[in-house]
Write a protein that binds this ligand. Structure first.
Ligand SMILES: *[C@@H]1O[C@H](CO)[C@@H](O)[C@H](O)[C@H]1NC(C)=O
Ligand SMILES: *[C@@H]1O[C@H](CO)[C@@H](O)[C@H](O)[C@H]1NC(C)=O
Length: 441
C-alpha cells in the first residue's frame, strides 16, 4: 500500500494548509514579496540546469521538464509513480482531507533555498520503498503532538527565567562572557514593568549594582548599565529601590572615570532613567556633582549622540520643574510635596554656574540636524535661565533659521519644523520684556 504523503507549507502567515494526495506529494511555492518575476530553477546535484523553454502554467497539472524554470507562486508536486515533477497555477489549495499522513511544519517565510532542499528530500525518498518515512523535516501528527507537549512542559514563566538569570548573575564563578550574555537576556525581560519589580524584590538591583561597581570588563559594564537602565526606566518603584541601593553613586563614579564612548552612553542612559520624574534622584545627582561629571564627559571629543542625551537630560529636568510649578494644585498635598522636592534643587543657578548656558549651544554647530534640533529645543527650555548667555548665539540661530527656510521645499515637513522651533527660540531669547517681542529680528 502506498503511504500518503502530506506536505504542508506555510502559505499565509500562521495558516497551516493541509493537502493530501495519493501517490504524490504536493509542494506549494510560496510567493515571495517582490519576487514576481523570479523563477525557481531546481539545482540538479549542483550542476547548472539546462534552461529549457519557459514553463507556461495553467490550472491543470503539467509535467515540468528536468531543469526547466518554474515561475514563483505555483503549486508544485512530485508524482511518485513517474518520478516527475508537476506544476499548476495556485488556485484551490485548501484541501481539507484529514491528516493521517505526514506534515511539513510550515514557516511563514519559506524561502527558495529551503524549498529546493525540500524538493531534494522528496527526490531522495526511495521510490521503491514508499512505506518508509521521509526523514528530516517530516513529522507525523503523533510526533508533532508529542513535540508540542514537550515544548509546553518546558515553557518557563518570566519569573522563573528571571530567578535563573539572577542566580547566574549572583554567582562570582560565572565567566565574563556568560555574564555578559546573561545581562543581555536580562535586559530584555527587565523592560517589562512587572518583571523589573520582581527583579528588584528579589534583590536583583543590588546584585546588578555590585557587578557595575566591581567589574573591570567593559562589555559586562555596558550590558549591566543597559540592564539597570531598562529596569528603572519609567518604573518609579524600581527607581526608588535602585537609588536606595546606591545607584547614583556607582553610576556617577563610573562616568567620572570612563573614557569609552559606548560605556559613557550606557551610563548616561542609566543615569537619565534614574533621574526622570524623580526629583529626589535629581537632588542626589546634583549633590554628588552630576553636572560636573557630565560636563567633563561633554568636554571630551565625543559623538554628538552623547552630547544630545546629556543636553536632553538637563533640559528635561528643568522642564519637569517648570511644569510642576505651573501645574501644582494648592489643594493637593502630593502636588505640594512634589513641588517642594523639585524646589530643593536650584537647578537654574547651578546650570548657569557650571557653564551649561555655553555648553548647550555648542550643539548648534553640529552637522547633524537632530543634534541641532535637540539644542534648539533645550535652549528654548533654558531661555529664561540662560537669557544673557544665549544672546551671544542669536546670530547662529538666525543663520540656521535662514538655512532651514531655504530647505523647506525639500522635504516632508521636517525643515518647516526646524524653521518653527528656531523662530520660537528667537522670539523667546529676544523677548526681554514679558511677552513683548522686540523687532531687532
Ligand atoms: C547572592 O549570593 C549571596 C551569597 O553568595 C547571598 O548571600 C545573597 O543573598 C545572594 N543574593 C541574591 C539576590 O540572590
Ligand atoms: C561599591 O564599591 C565600594 C568600594 O568597593 C563600596 O564601598 C560600595 O558600597 C559599593 N557600592 C555598591 C552599590 O555596591
Amino acid at each position: 500500500m502506498l503511504k500518503q504523503i502530506l506536505l504542508v507549507m506555510g502559505l499565509v502567515v500562521g495558516v497551516l494548509t493541509q493537502h493530501v494526495m495519493a501517490n504524490s506529494a504536493a509542494l506549494t511555492v510560496v510567493h515571495v514579496e517582490g519576487s514576481e518575476d523570479e523563477t525557481i530553477v531546481e539545482d540538479t546535484d549542483g550542476d547548472s540546469p539546462v534552461v529549457l523553454e519557459k514553463f507556461i502554467p495553467t490550472d491543470q497539472w503539467q509535467t515540468v521538464q528536468e531543469g526547466q524554470a518554474i515561475p514563483a507562486g505555483l503549486h508544485v508536486r512530485m508524482n511518485f509513480e513517474t518520478g516527475s515533477k508537476e506544476a499548476k497555477l495556485m488556485s484551490d489549495f485548501r484541501h481539507t482531507d484529514d491528516a493521517q499522513g505526514h506534515q511539513y511544519l510550515g514557516q511563514k517565510e519559506f524561502m527558495r533555498e529551503e524549498l529546493k532542499k525540500a524538493m531534494k528530500n522528496l527526490k531522495a525518498t526511495d521510490l521503491d520503498n514508499k512505506d518508509s518515512k521521509p526523514s528530516g523535516e517530516f513529522r507525523s501528527y503523533e510526533e508533532l503532538k508529542k513535540d508540542f507537549a514537550d515544548m509546553n512542559a518546558n515553557i518557563e514563566t518570566d519569573a522563573e527565567i528571571i530567578a535563573r538569570l539572577l542566580l547566574k548573575l549572583n554567582n562570582s564563578d560565572t565567566p565574563s562572557e556568560e555574564l555578559q550574555l546573561t545581562l543581555t537576556d536580562l535586559e530584555y525581560y527587565l523592560h517589562q514593568y512587572d518583571n523589573a519589580i520582581l527583579f528588584g524584590d528579589a534583590g536583583g538591583l543590588s546584585v546588578l549594582l555590585g557587578i557595575l561597581n566591581k567589574t573591570e570588563n567593559m562589555d559586562v559594564l555596558k550590558e549591566a548599565a543597559r540592564a539597570l537602565g531598562a529596569a528603572i526606566s519609567s518604573n518609579p518603584k524600581a527607581q526608588i529601590r535602585s537609588l536606595a541601593s546606591g545607584a547614583m553613586e556607582v553610576l556617577l563614579r563610573l562616568m567620572a572615570v570612563s573614557y569609552d564612548t559606548t560605556v559613557q552612553r550606557k551610563l548616561l542612559f542609566a543615569i537619565s532613567s534614574q533621574c526622570r520624574h524623580f526629583p529626589y534622584a535629581q537632588k542626589r545627582f546634583v549633590d554628588l556633582g552630576g553636572l560636573s561629571v557630565l560636563q567633563k564627559a561633554f568636554n571630551q571629543p565625543l559623538s554628538d549622540k552623547f552630547k544630545m542625551k546629556a543636553v536632553a537630560l538637563i533640559a528635561d529636568m528643568l522642564m519637569e520643574k517648570i511644569v510642576t510649578e505651573q501645574n501644582t494644585s494648592p489643594e493637593l498635598s502630593t502636588d505640594l510635596e512634589k513641588l517642594r522636592q523639585y524646589k530643593e534643587v536650584d537647578l537654574e543657578t547651578l546650570l548657569v554656574d557650571k557653564g551649561w548656558c555655553d555648553r548647550v549651544p555648542e550643539l548648534l554647530m553640529s552637522h547633524d540636524h537632530e543634534a541641532r534640533e535637540q539644542a534648539i529645543v533645550a535652549m528654548e527650555t533654558l531661555a529664561h535661565t540662560c537669557q544673557q548667555t544665549f544672546s551671544k548665539y542669536l546670530v547662529t540661530v538666525r543663520l540656521l533659521n535662514t538655512e532651514y527656510r531655504d530647505m523647506v521645499s525639500d522635504d516632508s515637513g521636517y525643515f518647516q519644523h526646524m524653521v518653527e522651533i528656531t523662530d520660537n527660540l528667537l522670539n523667546k531669547v529676544t523677548n526681554k520684556n514679558n511677552g513683548h517681542v522686540t523687532d531687532e529680528l
